[in-house]
Design a protein around this ligand. Structure first.
Ligand SMILES: [Zn+2]
Length: 525
């Protein structure tokens, strides 16, 4: 009971805040719900901690709640199964920025210390048979109490739970345990999932077939760049001065499939649209890269982020080599400028139609300051730590905007290299995976569950560049494309637009989702 009370009072401030707001002025209503949640915590302790397991389980639940509570109160993030997936699919380099001195201190005081104290009192154990009947009785009693409290006003509670998923989503340790269980459940069948062939009929269309030089599409998969802070999308700060000077097409109303890399990246390459997207279904089918392979493209994926997210499972991928540009990797992690020598090298070497996927580190937080060289900071003061509590909001936004300036420099540098590459027919497409919260409504970072994801996390920039050689070889009208750039688009368009752009013919390409469809001359005309 002491452990349950501690967890409820100290490690559930987000939950209390939401509960009291939701039932404002109805103390009896929220009081009974709170009592029901307290007995639920007791139920968890009973359920997982019979007999000798009692102390370790209590300690573990305190730790889980303390870690989740810290990240919720520091960044406004709620732990759900996608967040758990992120934790498992994130590289060590990336996650160490979340482990700051502030995090260690607060988790130590609210988690590790109380968890250790649990082992202090000596408990005289009853004989085994006594414990055997006490366990189910304890579960039955706490479960009945929980149900009873909820039944005091079931109508109000059921509506609230349906409407406000974030209420129980912020209840610790329940929400985190639930997320871990759901994630684990989702892992079991995936081991055996094999990707079914898809779009195996893909072949070069007549224009691609007739292209004199090999076609090279550089596809930048951006990271955490949100549309609101992208200069080309009308941000009042010109964060994209270099791109603005070049003949690019900026799509200004693009919606991401998810709010995290682990969802958005597979989803954008998947033939599934955002509504039907599920991780298992994604694993069960080939994706855009495979279809390009069927059409005879050489598909290469270089990664400066957390890996291919299983998108390039069959076409292959590799981590970017830091020795390509030692200056870009001087801070220990490479900025995306490391891609530029690679693009130069590829543009000079390729002899076949090629799609080069470059997975950027972009604006990945919270260590935004590592994404650009310190001397390139355009907006000062910036925040040169991953601990947001040490910086003002102005500094955080400055730092974030500096990362977009770096993306701007890298994309423009790529365009300059490609414009001068005379052995290929080049084009470039840039698409960010999801946005970022920078303190709006108390939220930071990303990965908000879709039901509560704010626009800052879901609206992303997309930029296209077609060389003149590409336009004439592939029969595309860039001026027409630019005229349509304001129409609503989403990650769902990537699959079909890349196939359309490259004149890949296949049954699985859908013209309504191909953004280039309205801007190519009608065949045979
Ligand atoms: Zn991401």
């Amino acid at each position: 009971m002491i452990v349950a009370s501690y967890v409820m009072i100290v490690l559930n401030t987000g939950f209390w805040h939401r509960l009291v707001n939701l039932f404002e002025g109805q103390p009896l209503v929220w009081g009974c719900f709170a009592a029901g949640t307290w007995t639920l915590t007791l139920l968890l302790l009973e359920l997982f901690g019979p007999g000798p397991l009692q102390k370790p389980v209590a300690a573990l639940l305190i730790l889980v709640a303390a870690v989740a509570h810290y990240y919720e109160s520091a960044f406004g993030v709620l732990i759900d199964d996608e967040m758990v997936r992120n934790v498992f699919e994130t590289t060590v380099a990336e996650s160490r920025h979340l482990i700051t001195a502030d995090a260690l201190l607060r988790i130590g005081l609210t988690g590790v210390l109380p968890a250790a104290l649990v082992f202090w009192p000596r408990i005289a154990r009853r004989p085994l048979w006594h414990q055997v009947w006490r366990w189910p009785v304890g579960i039955a009693v706490t479960a009945s109490l929980t149900v009873a409290f909820v039944l005091t006003d079931y109508k109000a509670y059921s509506a609230a739970l349906r409407e406000h998923h974030d209420l129980m989503g912020s209840y610790q340790p329940g929400a985190t345990l639930n997320a871990v269980l759901r994630f684990a459940k989702a892992q079991i069948p995936t081991v055996a999932i094999e990707a079914k062939p898809y779009g195996t009929d893909a072949q070069p269309g007549p224009l691609l077939e007739a292209a004199e030089k090999p076609v090279l599409l550089v596809l930048f998969v951006g990271e955490t760049v949100r549309a609101q802070n992208f200069g080309l999308n009308g941000y009042d700060r010109n964060t994209t001065p270099e791109l603005a000077r070049r003949p690019v097409i900026a799509f200004t109303d693009v919606t991401a499939c998810g709010t995290s890399t682990a969802v958005s990246v597979p989803c954008m390459f998947s033939p599934l649209n955002s509504e039907e997207y599920e991780h298992e279904a994604f694993l069960g089918s080939e994706n855009l890269l495979d279809v390009l392979g069927h059409a005879g493209f050489d598909v290469k994926w270089w990664d400066n982020n957390t890996g291919d997210q299983k998108v390039a499972e069959r076409t292959g991928w590799q981590t970017i080599d830091p020795t390509l540009d030692q200056a870009a990797c001087a801070q220990g992690e490479c900025t995306d400028a490391v891609f530029l020598p690679l693009i130069r090298q590829q543009a000079a070497e390729i002899t076949r139609n090629t799609v080069l996927v470059l997975h950027m580190i972009g604006s990945h937080g919270p260590a935004y300051y590592l994404r650009y060289p310190p001397e390139a900071a355009a907006y000062l003061p910036d925040c040169r730590t991953a601990s947001f509590s040490d910086c003002s909001n102005e500094q955080i936004v400055n730092t974030y905007d500096n990362t977009i300036r770096e993306t701007d420099r890298v994309l423009s540098g790529a365009l300059d290299i490609l414009s001068e590459a005379d052995g290929v027919t080049p084009a470039m497409l840039y698409l960010s995976d999801h946005g970022e919260s920078l303190g709006e409504n108390g939220l930071y970072l990303h990965a908000a569950p879709s039901f509560m994801a704010p626009e800052q996390q879901t609206k992303v920039p997309m930029v296209m560049w077609l060389s003149q050689g590409f336009e004439s070889a592939l029969g595309l009208d860039g001026t027409c494309m630019a005229g349509l750039a304001g129409r609503p688009a989403s990650h769902d368009n990537l699959f079909h637009t890349v196939l359309g752009l490259l004149d890949v013919e296949t049954e699985v390409r859908s013209d309504p989702l191909d953004l280039t469809a309205g801007c190519r001359p009608v065949e045979g005309a």
